[in-house]
Design a protein around this ligand. Structure first.
Ligand code: DGL
Length: 288
């Protein structure tokens, strides 16, 4: 969709909207703050409806559009879909419907294929991401001579949503997913869900230095900067950094506040929002 007039001005102090099914996108927000300290940020966690990884495609698309529209109504100049699952299922639709630049995230298959020496790499992502057409085409494009072991990370998003990032249960789940990859000779692990970078310490304890972890959040932040620049949308640079991000949650936000404080050092209130999408009434929950 062509961008309307205001998007052509040389600098724009309006905020960037970021969203995820829940708390995982905070790993992307962290990278964006580091890369673009002058940008105002609005973050929506759709924690009331997380995880998306077991939902049907229509539900995910409707939630993405409703949240994108809500962020646009709050004045967002660009949207970061900080969710691999929502990107895989709905970014094409969102780009056709929302009049702002939209940046998505996808598993780092390309960097893994170029870095792996053993030519065996693991991918942890949600079932919806792994089954998507976008993921199949990523593998086709970049993995001709590299074997990818794709493992759905069942239970991991839920654990991060509960702020359980290093419990014995989470370690057992991770070991169950990662040990077969190590046994098959993997030297690289793609973190194909934005929740998983928060599990890096537990993953390190299991795999030590045997796996290089691929997290694309820094690459996403750089891509966002390029897109803002190309559209004349970068915030004006001043001596001071932007005010802290505003955090919104579709649930009461208690876990978000805790995770943002402990892992990002961000002590800000979480504002609860109600964002209704057409499919919410029929609640096709966990139908995939
Ligand atoms: N952070 C989301 C992703 O990157 C998690 C999806 C989910 O809620 O299952 O895919």
């Amino acid at each position: 969709m062509p961008l309307p007039e205001p998007f052509a001005s040389p600098h724009n102090p309006a905020p960037i909207g970021i969203f995820d099914s829940g708390l995982g996108g905070l790993s992307v927000l962290r990278a964006i703050r580091a890369q673009l300290p002058h940008e105002a940020l609005l973050y929506v966690a759709d924690s009331l409806h997380a995880p998306y990884g077991m939902r049907d495609n229509e539900f995910i698309s409707e939630r993405t559009l409703a949240i994108g529209e809500w962020l646009a109504s709050q004045g967002a100049k660009a949207l970061v879909v900080a969710c691999n699952t929502a990107t895989a299922e709905s970014i094409a639709l969102a780009r056709g419907r929302l009049a702002m630049p939209i940046i998505g995230v996808e598993p780092g298959i390309k960097p893994a294929a170029s870095q792996s020496k053993s030519r065996v790499a693991g991918v942890l992502a949600t079932q919806v991401t792994l089954r998507s057409e976008r993921f199949r085409s990523l593998i086709e494009r970049h993995a001709a001579d590299c074997h990818f072991i794709c493992q759905p990370g069942h239970g991991l998003v839920e654990a991060v949503e509960r702020c359980e990032i290093d419990t014995p249960e989470v370690r057992a789940l991770l070991a169950h997913y990662i040990e077969p990859m190590l046994a098959a000779g993997a030297d690289t692990l793609v973190l194909g869900c934005t929740h998983y970078p928060f599990l890096d310490a537990a993953i390190r304890d299991i795999a030590g230095a045997r796996l290089a972890l691929i997290d694309t959040s820094v690459a996403i932040a750089r891509q966002l900067e390029r897109v803002l620049e190309a559209n004349g949308l970068l915030a004006p640079v001043s001596r001071q950094c932007a005010a802290p991000p505003r955090l919104f949650s579709t649930d009461e936000g208690m876990h978000m506040r805790r995770l943002a404080s402990t892992l990002l050092g961000l002590d800000v209130p979480v504002e609860q929002v109600s964002i209704i999408a057409p499919g919410d009434a029929s609640d096709r929950s966990h139908a995939a």
